[in-house]
Design a protein around this ligand. Sequence first.
Ligand code: HEM
Ligand SMILES: *[C@@H]1O[C@H](CO)[C@@H](O)[C@H](O)[C@H]1NC(C)=O
Ligand SMILES: *[C@@H]1O[C@H](CO)[C@@H](O)[C@H](O)[C@H]1NC(C)=O
Ligand SMILES: *[C@@H]1O[C@H](CO)[C@@H](O)[C@H](O)[C@H]1NC(C)=O
Length: 470
Amino acid sequence: MKPAFLLSVNFFASCSLALVCPFSLLKRAGLLNPEDEAAYDRVAANPSSAEDIFLERHYKKSDSANSGGLIGPRSSDGLLDLPLGGGLLNGVLQSLTGPLQDLDIPTPQIIDLKAIPGDDPDHQFQAPGPTDVRGNCPTLNTLANHGYLSRDGITSFAEAANGISIAYGFDYPLSVFLSALGLMAGGDLISGKYSIGGADSRVPNTIGPAGGIDKHGVFEIDGSITRQDTYFGNNANFILQRWEEYVKIADRNGGLFGAQTQAEDRALRYDNSRATNPEFFAGVKWFAVSHAERVFVYEGLTNGTTPNKPDYANIAPFFLNETFPENWYRRGEAFTLASTLAEALDLFLLQPRELGANEGLNNFVPLELDLSSKTVPQLGCFLVENIFDVVPDQVQPTIADNYELFEGFVKGILAPLVTNDGFFNCPTINFVKPGENAARSENGSQSAHGSPINGAYPGIGIIKPDSEPS
Ligand code: HEM
Ligand SMILES: *[C@@H]1O[C@H](CO)[C@@H](O)[C@H](O)[C@H]1NC(C)=O
Ligand SMILES: *[C@@H]1O[C@H](CO)[C@@H](O)[C@H](O)[C@H]1NC(C)=O
Ligand SMILES: *[C@@H]1O[C@H](CO)[C@@H](O)[C@H](O)[C@H]1NC(C)=O
């Protein structure tokens, strides 16, 4: 039995008998609300009813009326399980508490067909300056070049979530989900800040080293579209050869970067990495990230006026120049987490590959996971439950050393997005805690200045693309 429980019952019981009782004073002063006043009267009449009242209040909150409409994960006894606050109320995430109370919370945006950046003077392209960081996500780099994120590349949980909603038309849950992953991957959970490149002194290391989103293992994966595997070196720089191979596949598919192109490119990258990278790892998050990033190309970067035409004119400027195409519109209908997962699964099934890991070359160890048999709602629950679980254990020290904080964050921010919304309905969320012997990868990759961009970044000169490892 929890100490708080005993304390509460004893307090009620002794109070009801005492001559001077704070509750009787409060009652006389009219300061008890009707519910408390009724409870007081019950306990005054029968001290043993204190325990019943406590149970009613704390252990029977599974209906939303009692939890005030707050949506969140529940423990096996039906109670809301939000150790550090959060939860969704009327579709908006609530603030966190305790050590995470200063974390900024994203705001839902209205999404419709809209020219981005249009003629908005605050959002025109500016090449990054010498101290501005860019990293492995071409579309976050684009947002920073256009001031939808801080132009220095040091963003925050709320800023990045709001930015991708505004610029790409991703809905609130999807935007929150992605930005939460970015923060957990390489940011400072306390201030909510993270670098869209590598480690950076402008991000505080309050609870441990913040490696930036380029940090391998949490969100950064092997077999990316245009970036090389961390094993071979810098994982943030654009590699022209990969881009050219990607374009060649699109050319075979009517010049479109749609699902067929993405599935073929993903298969090519998987096969190449599995054959050449002795540390190639394709686990649960590889599955999610490697397919989602490709779904985002055709669902997020296509002109909103021609949603079925993800062609070179629309896709190339994001990768090559890290800018929006001329006269570009965001999608008119918000893109969702459910659609992301459904389309990711479809992509996977177009060219299925085994999940698993290389333990040295020619020694691929399959994971006993059959994700293809999961329904989309099950997949959502599964992903949230496995957010810390990179099998075989591979986790960054910050997460391992501050597990309760990260767990509180996931329960308060991510789990509510897949709970009880009529589609996702994760019953209870059981995290797999990183093991004792989790491989602790200490260092993030250095920030790079993004793509070699045909002269569009005159301030910092043209960065020579890294060559592909053979
Ligand atoms: C806050 C939100 C986001 C974060 C934290 C984020 C983070 C990342 C990270 C860590 C990677 C590297 C993954 C890898 O190793 O392959 C990546 C790649 C990528 N992301 Fe994002 N991303 C976000 C939003 C978006 C959005 C909104 C889009 C598209 C509309 C997008 C499109 C892509 C693409 C296409 C890649 C693959 C790049 C390549 O390998 O060439 N991302 N992102
Ligand atoms: C996007 O759509 C607008 C409006 O139809 C059009 O003027 C523009 O050329 C398109 N841009 C691209 C890159 O397809
Ligand atoms: C990138 O920018 C350069 C220089 O402004 C321009 O010549 C080129 O056409 C652009 N490429 C794309 C794909 O937008
Ligand atoms: C991490 O960085 C430190 C200091 O730069 C270096 O001594 C160490 O070898 C690096 N560790 C790994 C695993 O790369």
